[in-house]
Design a protein around this ligand. Structure first.
Ligand code: PLP
Length: 721
């Protein structure tokens, strides 16, 4: 390739140094052409090292690296990637200049207990974390001034291993911190920041690590310090590990410690955004600072902080909300409470639906709702459900007047769209970029050649089949399966067959058991000789959830039954990597939660970008997205108080729609072998859904309906219906 490199001031850096710098900004992870550089260096090690570029670079001396780069003629590509990164981080996009000016030098401080950014940074468990990761990436893309605050867990969430009997084993692995793209966070004097969080039983210390995500900085607090007791050194080891005491300690470190860290960094947030109730304590430290800085009363400071605070609730499932017993709250919050000048009862009232009920536990969601002026659910339906759920906090208001709106979740398009799709769209849709949220641009997908769209999709499906075979072989080798079983695993799934993906937490309300309940019916569906159907499952059950584990066992038992072994596969250890493979390779994404318990769901939004069709209960985002021709609905959204009746009815509708609509349409081919009606539906799905359920649209909505009003700019009423 002959490209004349213009002169710029990086002539002194070697290719190795440039790659190290690239590896220290997760920007690389959503640029396939940059990912490919690392992959080309050593495809096998890249896979074995879990797609971690720092770990990969460490395998070379700088000299070895230079010769490898020379051998592969990668210099130009590395230069180009480096230059693009530098340009990216130094620019402020037009969108932000036009739409987020008011935020200026007072950024949004976005608090979340987990961030799902990439499989090589294991500080997430599932949907909530991936959503936070996508939020941060889109804030970077749009140029919204935002800093993110979370915790660093050196063991992350558990890795799932399936044993010989089909049981789930949970494995906690120490993350090698030196392989993560961290830098220490420094204060104005260049000193490493240590924050102190006081409790009645001692001070907890935390260091602060910085992780660059494009233009956004993510600060992660970590209590693994010698100044702490052994117990506290391990406090931030595991995400959602330990007991209630662990949890409240993690939450004061992240919330209270996070606000202190911002101050030490010299950052004065204009807006606090609490992603779920876990971080509601942050508001109380912000109130304390305001009282101290401005000599305000508690009430005045609360009014100010609430005006600046946005609270997002994420689940109608009761177990998803944190409740703490008053003694635990007192042990951990008494020092802060005293500075706020509150009695114990006054303090506890902040976390109670009924402030006068001394038996009520302290609820983090209630605290978040009380201390914020802007609150939202994550889909239109979830907005309705949340108003109903929390209306008693505003006894003088009707349910409709309850001040909880909604901003529907979305996904970060560059992260979830397959490179092949991206290339196709770039080539065939004028003016299209992955960052576009203009419906007119996306609707040009109707002009894309049906055959080309189909071929691209089929190539992705073949990749998924290869991935599933490789993973299954690895799984079987690990448990010492016999040679026959392993040889068989190399031939499972059929790249031509209708492929249905089902991947999510095996939580009860998600009802993974539904579709595998009736074995005879399943046999007829999957083993139909003319129109075969196959299922790819993945998902973790919570370590304490025996029912969820039993469902996994059931799926594995089917997979090990010769009748189903070619058509049903369970992939262990669902994470961002497995998720990406699945959403990019399936034909259909099945989702059958118990309405209305799925607040939004985002995995179905990822498949849209890759041309798969949603097949879902009308719950969460799908309830507002489905229009009759952009996917398939299960049932009509009706519910029943008897859960058994509801399960039966939903399952009957699921199987009926699958057999009568989904399967026939997929196998209805024209003379060239193209499923014309199906491809039409793929295009409907992309045209109507991709921009609307993108994280760029979501973050743009947060700016408009929440961040600008909270920062004192113009206000717009958040959508309620
Ligand atoms: C997108 C994603 C989720 C969220 O899935 P839903 O079931 O739709 O909430 C969870 N886990 C991973 C790894 C994901 O990529």
């Amino acid at each position: 390739m002959t490209e004349t490199t213009p002169s710029f001031r990086d002539g002194s850096l070697t290719a190795y140094q440039k790659c190290v710098e690239i590896a220290h900004n997760l920007w690389w992870s959503w640029h396939p052409e940059v990912v490919e550089i690392f992959q080309l260096l050593d495809p096998i090690r890249w896979r074995e090292l879990g797609h971690n570029p720092i770990a990969l670079l460490r395998e070379y001396t700088p000299e070895q690296f230079e010769s490898r780069v020379l051998e592969l003629t990668l210099h130009t590509r590395i230069d180009m990637a480096y230059r693009r990164l530098k340009k990216y981080v130094s620019e402020r996009p037009m969108w932000a200049r036009q739409n987020a000016g008011v935020l200026g030098s007072r950024p949004v401080a976005y608090f979340s207990l987990e961030f799902g950014l990439h499989e090589s940074v294991p500080i997430y468990s599932g949907g909530l974390g991936v959503l936070a990761g996508d939020h941060v990436k889109s804030a970077s893309g749009l140029g919204v001034p935002l800093v993110a605050i979370g915790l660093f867990y050196d063991q992350g969430y558990f890795k799932q291993l399936i044993d010989e009997t089909g049981g789930q084993a949970e494995n906690y692995v120490d993350t090698k911190v030196e392989y993560l793209p961290f830098e220490p966070a420094l204060d104005a004097d260049g000193k490493k920041i240590i924050v102190e969080v006081e409790t009645k039983t001692g001070t907890i210390y935390a260091k602060v690590r910085r992780l660059r995500v494009g233009r956004v900085d993510l600060y992660l607090l970590d209590t693994d310090l010698e100044a702490n007791s052994q117990e506290d050194r391990e406090l931030t080891s595991r995400l959602y590990g330990g007991n209630k005491r662990t949890r409240i300690r993690q939450e004061i470190v992240c919330g209270v410690g996070g606000v202190k860290a911002l101050r030490a960094l010299g950052i004065a947030p204009g807006v606090y955004h609490l992603n779920e109730g876990h971080n509601s304590f942050a508001t109380l430290e912000a109130v304390r600072q305001k009282m101290e800085d401005c000599g305000m009363t508690f009430e005045a400071a609360v009014a100010d902080v609430a005006q600046q605070t946005v609270f997002t609730t994420h689940t109608p499932v009761e177990a998803g909300h944190d409740y703490f017993d008053p003694a635990l709250v007192d042990e951990h919050l008494a020092p802060l409470r005293e500075k706020l000048g509150l009695t114990e009862d006054e303090f506890l009232a902040l976390g109670r639906k009924n402030p006068l009920d001394a038996n009520e536990e302290f609820c983090m969601t209630v605290l978040g709702l009380k201390l914020s002026r802007y609150a939202n659910g994550v889909s239109s339906l979830h907005g309705v459900v949340s108003r109903r759920m929390w209306r008693s906090l505003w006894p003088e208001k009707t349910e409709e007047e309850t001040p909880i709106g909604h901003i529907t979740n979305g996904v970060h398009v560059p992260t979830w769209m397959a490179p092949q799709m991206k290339t196709l769209f770039e080539r065939t849709i004028p003016g299209w970029t992955e960052e576009s949220i203009d419906p007119a641009v996306w609707s040009q997908v109707y002009d894309v050649d049906a055959g080309e769209l189909w071929e691209t999709h089929c190539a992705l499906k073949t990749q998924l089949v290869d991935f599933a075979r490789r993973r299954t072989v690895r799984q079987l080798e690990r448990v010492g399966a016999d040679a026959d079983a392993i040889a068989q695993a190399r031939t499972i799934l059929d790249p031509e067959a209708l492929t249905i993906g089902f991947a999510r937490r095996f939580a009860e309300y998600k009802r993974a058991y539904l579709v595998v309940q009736d074995e005879e019916r399943l046999d007829r569906i999957v083993n139909n000789p003319e129109r075969p159907v196959q299922f790819v499952f993945a998902g973790k059950a919570h370590p304490a959830d025996d029912l969820g584990k039993a469902v996994i066992r059931r799926v594995i038992a089917l997979q090990r039954n010769p009748k189903f072994s070619k058509r049903i596969v369970f992939l262990e250890d669902y994470d961002i990597n497995v998720g990406r493979r699945l959403v990019q390779g399936v034909d259909v994404w099945l989702n059958n939660p118990r309405r209305p318990l799925e607040a939004s769901g985002t995995s179905g939004q990822k498949v849209v970008l890759n041309g798969a069709l949603n097949f879902s209960i009308l719950d969460g985002w799908w309830a507002e997205a489905y229009d009759g021709s952009n996917g398939f609905a299960i049932g009509d959204g009706s519910i029943h108080t008897d859960l058994r009746v509801m399960d039966e009815r939903d399952n009957a509708n699921l199987l009926k729609t699958l057999e009568n609509e989904v399967v026939p349409m997929f196998y209805d081919r024209d003379k060239d072998g193209l499923p014309v009606r199906w491809i039409r539906r793929m295009k409907n799905s992309i045209a109507t859904l991709a921009w609307r359920f993108s994280a760029h649209r979501m973050v743009a909505d947060y700016v408009k309906y929440a961040y600008l009003p909270a920062a004192g700019g113009q206000s717009a009423k958040m959508p309620q219906f």
